[in-house]
Design a protein around this ligand. Structure first.
Ligand code: UDX
Ligand code: ADP
Length: 479
């Protein structure tokens, strides 16, 4: 950071998937700025401070190296929320904003209670002039609420002033460090040019000036929701076409390639799969839907809502299809689930398609052996609302409980043990290791007739078939 920079000390509230990696990269690139990430969750902060970098609470390729360089130098993780705010020139709000589960807007609107709590703490603890940056994805016009809370402090006794900026984060999990180091754009929305410049100066340490876009507050907030809605819409579009491909004998990969070469469409985000997951897409679209209804635009709301409805349909469709192919019942049958994270290279399971698909299969009385290289089995228990059982003895037949339709699941330490004795394998996350499986050695472990349901299009169908297994691949019809 140049010595004449305005910002010397940054506080980020929220040490989650966004706050942690983003601040690590800022600290790494701006060694003269003190960056402290605070969180009320002591365990999280302890994990960020863990000497063993493989124990960081967020798994992101390259994150450990960035943290190793900056931690203890100008990057700190702390639970001292109030003190850190008091000494900061700039405060990022990077807390969770899940969809409301009850009350007004339940199921659609964002629950802003954590953002509001942060704004109140900042209003109370800040000193001098503080730039408050919204980093969490928020509904349009949230900045107004934040400003109102900040403006409600009695500043007659103390000199406190605030500027509010919106600086949404576009990083994707699994590629967070790459996305932060080389963003397509940095968006800064605000009204106060000096505050915008101060934040731009931070990014200018590694991002070219032309990639730093300045907008008004509302455009910035809305751009984030719109970007996610457009990306999610592409996935629902290709998944809708995948179903049609299966029905007509077309292959969705060929269709995606054919349309993706049109430079107006482009090749990215055209992979058909089990539907989108992750903490953002569904939440942001539902937020948009809620806003549209609020502003009297029900047709626009319905349009965007259909993107989420199709996504849910795709997940139920896959579970249904598995049951149908297995002679209409999976009661007491062992199914191997490969991949539980919502996509590869992350341990995050929020809104993972695996959750809905596994729940549907458990509802049918299935016995699920679940393997994922990064997801903690306790997280899977929480997501499925079902405690894991002991893995059955190798080669043991179905238990009495299994035959009477008692659904269970257990974590499998490796792919082979998940597959042993299974009637079907479902590939739900595109981990690299699942692309490299040797089906000639795996196939004999399964109970025949056996199926591989490849919801990510990662296996070579010929290799699977040569092992005597049946294959279903998303978006592939019988030609
Ligand atoms: C997304 C946005 O990409 C990011 O800009 C925003 O900041 C947060 O939300 P993320 O949720 O981390 O990031 O993952 P992303 O890579 O976008 O994938 C979202 C979901 O879509 C995953 O479940 C993924 O498997 C699925 N997906 C993605 C597809 O099914 N097909 C595709 O072609 C691409
Ligand atoms: P994201 O994916 O947006 O980063 P996460 O849920 O991973 O969201 O992280 C948000 C973090 O914010 C959590 O660790 C949570 O404990 C923290 N948090 C929420 N409210 C506050 C608050 N008022 N003060 C400090 N930390 C908070």
């Amino acid at each position: 950071m140049s010595s004449n920079s305005t910002i010397r000390s940054i506080c980020c509230i929220g040490a989650g998937y966004v706050g942690g990696p983003t601040m690590a990269v800022i600290a790494d690139r701006c060694p003269d700025v003190k960056v402290t990430v605070v969180d009320i969750n002591q365990d999280r902060i302890a994990a960020w401070n863990h000497p063993d970098l493989s124990k960081l609470p967020v798994y992101e390729p390259g994150l450990d190296a960035v943290v190793e360089r900056a931690r203890g130098r100008n990057l700190f993780f702390s639970t001292a929320v109030e003190e850190t705010i008091a000494s900061a020139d700039m405060v990022f709000i990077s807390v969770n904003t899940p969809t409301k589960t009850r009350g007004l807007g339940a199921g659609q609107a964002s629950d802003l209670r954590w953002v509001e709590a942060c704004a109140r703490t900042v209003a109370k603890e800040a000193t001098g002039h503080t730039i408050v940056v919204e980093k969490s994805t928020l509904p349009v016009r949230t900045a107004e609420a934040v400003k109102a809370i900040l403006g409600s402090v009695d500043s007659s006794s103390e000199q406190k002033t605030f500027s509010v900026l919106s600086n949404p984060e576009f990083l994707a999990e699994g590629t967070a460090i790459r996305d932060l180091a080389n963003p397509d754009r940095v968006l800064i929305g605000g009204e106060n040019a000096e505050a915008i410049d101060a934040l731009a100066e931070i990014y200018q340490q590694w991002v070219p000036e032309e990639k730093i876009l300045r907008t008004n507050l509302w455009s910035s907030e809305l751009s984030k929701l719109t970007a996610n809605a457009f990306l999610a819409q592409r996935i629902s579009s290709i998944n809708s076409v995948a179903a049609l491909c299966e029905a007509t004998g077309a292959d969705v990969r060929e269709v995606a390639k054919a349309i993706g070469t049109d430079s107006r469409i482009g090749p990215k985000f055209l992979n058909a799969g089990p539907g989108f997951g992750g903490s953002c897409f569904q939440k942001d679209i539902l937020n948009l839907v809620y806003l549209c209804r609020h502003f009297g635009l029900p047709d626009v709301a319905d349009y965007w809502e259909s993107v989420v409805l199709l996504n849910t349909w795709q997940q139920h469709r896959i579970a249904r299809l598995v049951v149908q192919k297995l002679f209409g019942t999976v009661t007491g049958k062992r199914l191997a689930i490969l991949g539980f994270a919502f996509k590869a290279d992350t341990n995050d399971t929020r809104e993972a398609p695996a959750i809905r698909i596994c729940k549907d299969l458990l509802e049918e009385g299935a016995q699920l052996a679940i393997h994922d290289p990064k997801v903690d089995p306790e997280q899977i228990s929480r997501d499925l609302n079902l405690i894991a059982s002991q893995a059955p003895e190798e080669d043991a037949g179905p238990t009495r409980g299994a035959l009477s339709g008692e659904a269970t699941w257990w974590p499998s330490p490796d792919v082979a043990s998940a597959i042993r004795g299974a009637d079907a394998v479902l590939i739900l996350t595109e981990w690299q290791q699942y692309r490299e499986l040797d089906w000639t050695t795996l196939a004999p472990l399964m109970r025949k007739p056996a199926w591989v349901f490849d919801a990510r299009g990662v296996v070579d169908p010929k290799q699977v078939e040569s092992g005597g297994l049946n294959v279903w691949r998303v978006g592939e019809g019988d030609a």
